[in-house]
Design a protein around this ligand. Structure first.
Ligand code: ADP
Ligand code: ZN
Length: 657
């Protein structure tokens, strides 16, 4: 009898699992090496951008290795979709969480003990419970996958204390390979992940963080909701997208505004009932062209591939947060937009929030450093992508697909303007012991005789009207950029402005100030570039394939609805495109298309061929049941969706005008 060497067997299997189960012909990027490492029993730390294909890095080894792959994932509300997606390709997966009845839970536990599961999803808090550890000991474990591994980092932006527990895995099961994955990590965060998870000996796989299909754009905030509406109407009609706001009140307001203007939109924030949240999330995933307006509580782990835009109506608190939130756009690799509107109020508000935040000095410094990096990205006159990737330690050249590349901003010498503003602040303080916010200071500079100016006799000041050569809008931009460069600072609850130690050299003429000229309201190149991106998506699909593609989408919607799963669980857009273009005439031809594995061929093959043959959609019976998932529909309890970074938003004020 010939016994195949297990290693060899493993490697052959990885490729065949890729083909037969997932329906893909080749591994992408570093997938093959990562999978090889895990299959052979080694540990890995994987940094790959969103949409890079992290899931396969643990799903394939879990199918190749003996035993069950245990996946630690922070979002219970998405486990059902993940398990459904695996069931749809014929893998046996299940999850354990608090939404299940005791009966369902014991069914999953028995399946695990009996070695029937390829993958088992757990939330990190489960491992705090001794019974979970003892359950895991009763079965055979093939690997541990720790998803969203940056949650272990206290320096990062979505720290989850339960992740700190995960070092028990190494102590209890030293021989089981572990793979930690994240889409966001600076050098510092990466070190912290390795240390805290005891993965310092693991092989590190760092992919490029670039997401070339995302067009980054940051514009000055004037009437943000109107600006957003213009973006959606001109460049993203009918597209699915996410709009981020800082506070619950602004989420509600923006969602209502979009709905009033004919755009299907739903709100999502911690103040909503958990059932409403779960239902809105589910509608966003399942319905076509839905816009989710949300606080940053929404989005982690959402792997909807066809999110066409991510818009920020408020300034994110860090570049990590910005990168991760915008990264939810365009996972399918097709063109997508990341758009941010940013204004003076954002800077004032965030500086104030940091000043008033609890915690020690080191904590406030940390927050400040994060904010400064974000502001630098907003104010840069260089390529946004170069700056963004540079933040993650990656060098690159100007990208040609961001607003500053498409329509380079002009810079101007703002030294004299800065001196005028600073000396007004200094005079008011020295001569009258008074402090004011941006609005009143700008009124003084442009020589506007408001009631307040008259009442305070500020028209007597030597600096009254000395800045009338600069528009009010431009003065606000000057204030904002000086704040961003720490040449001014905000104080107190009224947001009064003060000079900083660095201001002195500007006042004395020893230092010049370079400022970014505000782009005209509509960035010249950007809207046409957006149009070009759109046209590119369309030209991807030959004219002769568009009708069939639409029919396939309609068929897919029906199947997804009947089975209660998101459309992409049935087939991804890319797979439908492949079918529409090649028009397969037989099951054999259909199986050649990327994304069509054995299980999907068996479940949907006949129906798809009927759609291709032009049979009416009603006659194509969508019997295709997605293989039974051993778990309950995730109805959601308090533990279901964690909220962090949401409750600390104190500002519900109006957008600026
Ligand atoms: P991530 O978790 O890194 O954001 P996913 O694992 O969701 O990314 O993968 C993104 C998309 O790419 C999915 O639709 C997935 O099926 C597809 N994909 C991943 N690996 C491959 C591959 N080797 N060939 C073709 N498609 C792939
Ligand atoms: Zn660029």
């Amino acid at each position: 009898m010939v016994v195949a060497a297990p290693r060899l067997l493993g490697m052959v299997s990885a490729q065949s699992v890729l083909e037969s189960t997932f329906g893909y012909d080749s591994f992408r990027g570093q997938q093959a090496e990562i999978i090889d490492t895990i299959v052979k029993g080694g540990d890995a730390l994987v940094l790959m951008p969103t949409g890079g294909g992290k899931s396969l890095c643990y799903q394939v080894p879990a199918l190749v290795r003996d035993g069950t792959g245990i996946v630690i994932s922070p979002l219970i509300s998405l486990m059902q979709d993940q398990v459904d997606a695996l069931a749809a390709v014929g893998a046996k997966a299940a999850f354990l969480n608090s939404t299940q009845s005791a009966e369902e839970r014991s069914r999953v536990e028995n399946a695990y003990r009996a070695g029937e599961l390829d993958l088992l999803y757990l939330a990190p808090e489960r491992l705090r419970v001794a019974s979970t550890v003892s359950l895991l000991k009763q079965g055979q474990i093939g690997l541990f996958a720790i998803d969203e591994a940056h949650c272990v980092s206290q320096w990062g932006h979505d720290f989850r204390p339960d992740y700190l527990q995960l070092d028990v895995l190494h102590d209890v099961w030293p021989d089981v390979p572990r793979i930690a994955l994240t889409a966001t990590a600076t050098e510092a965060t990466r070190k912290e992940i390795a240390q805290r998870l005891k993965l310092t000996d693991a092989t590190q796989y760092v992919s490029s963080f670039d997401r070339p299909n995302i067009q980054y754009r940051i514009e000055a905030k004037a009437q943000p909701l109107q600006q957003l509406l213009t973006l959606l109407n001109t460049e993203h009609p009918g597209d699915a997208g996410i709009v981020y706001c800082l506070s619950r009140a602004s989420v509600e307001k923006a969602a209502k505004f979009l709905v009033d203007n004919g755009i299907p939109a739903l709100p999502y924030h911690a103040g909503l009932d958990s059932r409403v949240r779960a239902s809105n999330q589910s509608r966003f995933l399942r319905e076509e062209g839905m816009v989710m307006v949300a606080t940053i509580a929404f989005g982690m782990g959402i792997d909807k591939p066809d999110v066409r835009f991510v818009a920020h109506l408020d300034l994110p608190k860090s570049v990590e947060g910005y990168y991760q939130e915008t990264g939810r756009a365009g996972r399918d690799g097709l063109p997508a937009t990341a758009w941010l509107a940013y204004g003076l109020q954002d800077v004032m508000q965030q500086r104030r929030m940091i000043d008033q935040s609890g915690g020690d000095l080191a904590h406030r410094r940390n927050l400040s450093a994060h904010l400064d990096a974000m502001l630098a990205l907003c104010e840069t006159v260089e390529c946004r992508r170069v700056q963004l990737l540079g933040y993650f330690g990656q060098e690159s050249a100007a990208c040609g697909n961001c607003d500053t590349c498409l329509s380079p901003p002009e810079s101007w010498d703002g030294t004299v303007a800065s001196q005028k503003l600073m000396s007004t602040i200094v005079r008011l303080e020295r001569e009258r012991n008074q402090k004011f916010g941006a609005g009143h200071l700008v009124d003084i500079l442009i020589g506007k005789t408001t009631p307040r100016v008259t009442q305070q006799r500020h028209d007597d000041l030597a600096t009254f009207g000395i800045g009338s050569d600069v528009s009010e809008q431009d003065w606000r931009s000057v204030v904002r950029q000086l704040l961003a460069q720490s040449l001014l600072t905000v104080q107190g609850e009224y947001g009064t402005l003060a000079i900083t130690p660095e201001s002195a050299s500007v006042l004395s003429g020893g230092r010049t100030v370079k400022l970014r000229r505000e782009a005209p309201r509509k960035a010249r190149g950007s809207s046409s570039a957006g149009g070009a991106a759109k046209r590119k998506v369309m030209t991807d699909l030959p004219e002769s394939a568009t009708d069939l593609f639409e029919n396939l989408r309609t068929w897919r919607s029906g199947v997804a609805r009947d089975n209660g799963v998101p459309a992409y669980v049935v087939f991804a857009d890319a797979t439908l495109r492949g079918i529409a273009v090649t028009k397969p005439q037989s099951l054999a031809e259909l199986s050649e298309i990327s994304g069509v594995g054995e299980k999907k061929l068996e479940t949907y093959g006949t129906a798809v061929l009927a759609v291709v043959a032009g049979e009416s959609l009603e006659s194509v019976s969508a019997v295709a049941a997605v293989a039974e998932a051993p778990a309950a529909p995730g109805s959601g309890d308090e533990n279901d969706i964690p909220f962090y970074g949401d409750d600390d938003a104190p500002y519900d004020g109006p957008p600026e005008h």
